[in-house]
Ligand binder design. Structure first.
Ligand SMILES: NC(=O)c1ccc[n+]([C@@H]2O[C@H](COP(=O)([O-])OP(=O)(O)OC[C@H]3O[C@@H](n4cnc5c(N)ncnc54)[C@H](OP(=O)(O)O)[C@@H]3O)[C@@H](O)[C@H]2O)c1
Length: 345
């Protein structure tokens, strides 16, 4: 079964002046789309990527280059400041650093190493190199930080805000890929899994291409400078139950849900958390249970501190790609979605 490629809606056109951009995290889902968006704007993009199966052979490098577009791929360790420094970025005169770097697991140690420390080091190198602008891909869920990866992201956001560099902190809602994990089980005739009644949470899903275009435009739009920018996709917010209904409609099948009681998830979280007192090795698994509980109970919408509730209207909409069109494309093309370690979030 083919893996899904980028959403192929109409190409976007840009009129902003060309920039020289250093991009971190270019091999990730949003990083790849951002590399393409920057290249499409005519920007001069250097992607700093680590040695891996995606680049280590000529064939793999060729495939990555085809995915990223007209960009310069350089090998190095974004998580190692020595590597960033030895890439001799100082001589190159970058206008901006754009980071789509993120912990692939969300495990506490990795989150602090990547979402915080690697970013803190990249910020220091950017300052030394005289790079004046930093665009950061963050997440809307950091507004209610309960998980370690959220705390790590928030700690770096604070560092960036206080750095003196021009910054744009982009906090998107849910990605299409994160709402596509059940397509394969539905294809096999299985029911759609819901937490509770499937109406506990909602989000305004945004496509990779729309989010990438939003990130790329932060380089030139002065009203996005020195701001924290929550962003969702076009249209109304959608609950998990509505996602399921949409998928069954497109598959031409009657709706069939199976509910996982939220109390069960809560019990798993408290049991695992309790066990870590006697078995510290379980700490990571307990955090994954907390991550699952968080996404089962918290909406990916902006939090309105006045009403004390998530607010659809306070969550800006951007872009034009709809979840319906994405689902339709995945179903009709027979594609599968690779969630890798991000299956939960
Ligand atoms: N999923 C959602 O619905 C959602 C919604 C809002 C926000 N977010 C946030 O978006 C982020 C995920 O974005 P994504 O899905 O585009 O990420 P992704 O596909 O997992 O990509 C992560 C990028 O970071 C790089 N990276 C990770 N660990 C590294 C390391 N140790 N050294 C060097 N590079 C490393 C990866 O490089 P390699 O390819 O070499 O591993 C890759 O380029 C997360 O922070 C999440 O909180 C997600």
């Amino acid at each position: 079964m083919p893996q899904i490629g980028p959403m192929t809606s109409q190409p976007r056109t840009y009129q902003s002046p060309k920039k020289r951009v250093l991009l971190l995290g270019a091999t990730g889902t949003i990083g790849r789309a951002t590399a393409r968006a920057l290249a499409a704007r005519g920007d001069d993009v250097v992607c700093f990527v680590r040695s891996s199966s995606a680049v280590d052979t000529d064939g793999a490098r060729h495939r990555l280059q085809a995915k990223l577009g007209d960009v310069d791929i350089r090998l190095g360790e974004a998580a190692d400041p020595k590597s960033l420094r030895s890439a001799d970025l100082r001589g190159e005169g970058f206008d901006a650093l754009v980071s789509c770097l993120a912990s692939r697991t969300g495990a506490p140690k990795d989150a602090w190493a990547i979402d915080y420390q690697a970013h803190a080091d990249a910020l220091a190198v950017a300052k030394e190199a005289g790079i004046p602008q930093f665009v950061l891909l963050s997440a809307i869920c950091v507004q209610k930080p309960r998980l370690e990866f959220q705390k790590a992201k928030l700690a770096f956001e604070k560092l960036l805000i206080e750095s003196g560099l021009a910054y744009s902190i982009v906090r998107p809602t849910a990605y299409f890929k994160s709402l596509s994990g059940q397509i394969d089980r539905l294809r096999k005739g299985k029911p759609f899994l819901l937490f509770g009644n499937g109406e506990l949470t909602s989000c305004k899903p945004i496509s990779d291409a729309d989010l990438a275009s939003f990130l790329a435009d932060c380089l030139s739009k002065s009203d996005r400078r020195n701001k924290i920018l929550p962003v969702g996709g076009p249209g109304d917010a959608i609950t998990p139950r509505e996602q399921g209904e949409l998928l069954f409609e497109l598959l031409g099948r009657p709706v069939q849900f199976r509910s996982i009681p939220i109390g069960l998830v809560r019990t798993v979280v408290s049991t695992m958390s309790g066990l870590t007192w006697v078995m510290p090795a379980l700490a990571e698994k307990a955090e994954f249970a907390r991550i699952a509980h968080y996404y089962a109970t918290e909406s990916m919408l902006a939090w309105d501190p006045i009403s004390g509730a998530y607010s659809e209207s306070a969550t800006p909409s951007y872009g034009r790609d709809t979840l319906r069109a994405h689902y339709q494309y995945v179903i009709e093309s027979g594609s599968s979605i690779s969630l890798r370690e991000h299956a939960m979030f």
